[in-house]
Design a protein around this ligand. Sequence first.
Ligand code: OOG
Ligand code: NI
Length: 440
Amino acid sequence: MSGFVPASELRARFAAMLSDMYRAEVPQYGALLALVADINRETLVADPTLADALRASGEGDRIDAERHGAIRLGTARELRCVARAFRLMGMRPVGYYDLAAAGVPVHSTAFRPVDAGELAASPFRVFTSLLRLELIEDVALRDEAAAILSRRSILTEEATALLAAADANGGLDEAQSERFLPALLETFRWHSRATIDREIYDRLLASHRLVADVVSFPGPHINHLTPRVLDIDAAHARMAALGFGPKDTIEGPPRRRCPILLRQTSFKALSEAVAFPGRTGLSAEGSHTARFGEIEQRGAALTREGRARYDRLIAGEAHTSLPDDADALRRERLAFFRYRPAESAPRRLPPSPGNLEALIADGAVVAAPITYEDFLPVSAAGIFRSNLGDEVQGSYAAAGSRPAFEEALGEPVSDEFTLYARDEAESLAAVDRAFGWPAG
Ligand code: OOG
Ligand code: NI
């Protein structure tokens, strides 16, 4: 017995603490959670097949706890700090997202649990963006922003010390965890006091609203926390009716009988009062808009081929289609599936590993789509844009650079397709074992 608190437990507790903090900071978030809980309950009552499928896939219990958050960081050093903290909570960087093409000077990854058991235990994830100061044209302003960022430390001393202890010992015990989690929470808190004066803030804002958001405050406040909803169209309509003021459209694929990937919608950033320290000691009052609300519905993870087809579809290419039928997606290898022996299946059959399709047809093996756990760059760009304001237009000429991001992070990001493929392969191996077949 190591006596260390398991990563999944740290992650679940941290997600709950962050949710409580954000609810206190942004009252609309609490109202949004209530709305989503209502829609989810109604959807499950109206659709018992969906309820059964979620239960069978082990996702039933996670829906109500499910959230993703987002933060925006200023430097490679900050990225490495949060990566260490997230690693301790079992969250690994997955995927690379280039937002420069959409006119937002960041590139991003998502820190998330990577295996099925960990996702079922606590699916919390954080979309994490790193500012690309090199995209700011005004060299003097760029240098000034870099100097401001170089002076801040986003982790508290306590969090830093406990991370070092965790690295040295291999984990945190209960008493250390009880100190670590609240200390880490401080990093993501909203600060109504800027660290720079009004004049610099205004210049940063004029260069790009996102730059002002990253550079002007003591740390990377959580800018939204997104619950998972089972019927986003119903939730979107109710958000509009209740006066949340959601954006007009839902990002991502259209509504389908068999949902794929990720559909999201958000409502505008709040305007929050900010105090700016003045050079003369007098402070100026102002406001800042960065934080917003968002909901999402998750569907099946597509294979590389499925995703390529989806990308061609949204690019408006003719003669492309994606069947709206789980079994067709599976047989054409367009989506990833998790296989399991049916509850009623006999546990020992003659060895015949080749006849998986026959067993599925007979109902002895069940195949369920693997839920997409990642993000979509086009949607993320739409979410950024609608919340940063309409002045964010066009795109940067500079392409994204995954190697540059990985260099800043200090490690490679995982490939999402490899993770889903591994999950699928492990489920097939478990089916083989359950029926007493030799592996392979
Ligand atoms: C992140 C926006 C992207 C999503 O769900 O696609 C995102 C941000 O605004 O910092 O959260
Ligand atoms: Ni989001």
